[in-house]
Design a protein. Structure first.
Length: 146
């Protein structure tokens, strides 16, 4: 009988996920720092490079009511997006939250899209972004929804 109880306890404990070390506030700061690094890379090296660097392999983008699923589809879409050469996309999160387990989080805030045409005319547009972040097995945060 004791062996059965021990076996059940071992099975139950083996099914539990390991807890991420840290606190909710620490995880929020990690996500916020990652989001800010993502925006900075977009401004410095371009939209495509930034999205490829910070996306999980199974990330999903929603653009113009269309879902772009996975890194390969995202790269193809960003190649064919017809972005003008002088385009800048930056954003700033105004809110961040994270799950109690420290494996999922989300941010939202405002973005600024700036483009300059061949005549030097600057066009700016703003909007709201929402990003879902997932902690990867190596501890890094990557976005899974944008």
């Amino acid at each position: 009988m004791k062996v059965h109880i021990l076996l059940v306890l071992l099975i139950i404990s083996g099914c539990q996920r390991p807890k991420n070390s840290g606190s909710k506030e620490q995880w929020k700061t990690e996500i916020l720092n990652t989001e800010n690094s993502f925006s900075a890379l977009s401004a410095e090296k371009g939209v495509k490079i930034a999205f490829q660097e910070f996306a999980a392999n199974d990330a999903v983008l929603m653009r113009n009511n269309e879902l772009i699923k996975g890194m390969e589809a995202m790269s193809i879409r960003l190649d064919g997006a017809g972005l003008p050469p002088d385009v800048t996309l930056t954003w700033e999160p105004s809110f961040v939250d994270v799950s109690e387990s420290g494996d999922l989080g989300y941010t939202y805030g405002e973005y600024l899209y700036t483009s300059t045409d061949s005549l030097g005319n600057v066009t700016k547009s703003t909007g709201i972004f929402h990003t879902v972040w997932k902690r990867q097995t190596d501890g890094e945060w990557k976005f899974v929804w944008d």
